[in-house]
Design a binder for this molecule. Sequence first.
Ligand code: C2E
Ligand code: CA
Ligand code: CA
Length: 257
Amino acid sequence: MRHAVERHEIVVHYQPIVNITVGSATQVEALVRWHRADELIPPLDFIPAAESSGLINTLGQAILELACSQVRDWLAGDEARSVAVNVSAVQLREPDFARDILTILAATGVDPRQLIIEVTESACLGSPRRVIEQLSHMRERGIRVALDDFGTGYSTLARLRELPVDIIKVDKSFIDEVKTGRENLPILNSIIDLGHTLGLHVTVEGVETATQARQLRRLGSDSMQGFYFGRPSPVEFLADMEWQATNAYRQLTPASH
Ligand code: C2E
Ligand code: CA
Ligand code: CA
């Protein structure tokens, strides 16, 4: 894996995120893959090893550089657009992490206000002070922070107010419950309300059906992401993806109940 970066085997795919208020796909999430021989290896098969070996720091920088240079023109086309990049807990513990990110943004010409970094709840729990300082430093420069897989841990609920985050990404498991559209969704409803009470933007991920998307619109979610709107795809398909995701959103008919 050490040579994967030099050999240009690291590729990034992008998945559209639809902003409900705007009514279109204004964001993409960068998701890494390892193109080894003829295989496209998914991140969960190599990120954990990269984290335990420390290689994730180099790999994470390469991913950010690649993502920024690939979507720069798309971002430049509309200041409302943004790209979200996943960052692991190990990277956040690096003292120079925030500085390195800002250097990459400057080098690739991406406005910090168009970058979102996605961190998991557990990353914020690991070594709180240093992590929180890094996140705060980045936010001062305009970078937004999203709390990924929200709702899967249980300890940050009380601490959410203190964490320097702008967005919560509600884990797929919450929307998975929606099958017929007639379900009561007290937990999901409360999470969305809690997010709004704290002034946060709420994105729900793993939306696979029109029924689920309609429910989220009804519950007041701010953004949605999932296979219903589009699968992660190479950068060549960025414009198509944006169009398809926006179209999928506009085609949602009003809920029948
Ligand atoms: P994640 O950040 O929660 O990313 C969402 C994952 O759910 C992605 O899997 C995406 O393809 C998948 N997904 C999106 N919509 C749907 C849907 O509607 N249904 C279903 N079943 N799945 C959906 P992927 O690309 O395999 O990534 C898995 C995880 O690997 C990510 O979870 C993230 O934690 C990690 N990861 C991905 N890229 C990076 C990266 O560049 N750096 C780091 N540190 N971690 C990454
Ligand atoms: Ca993510
Ligand atoms: Ca997630």
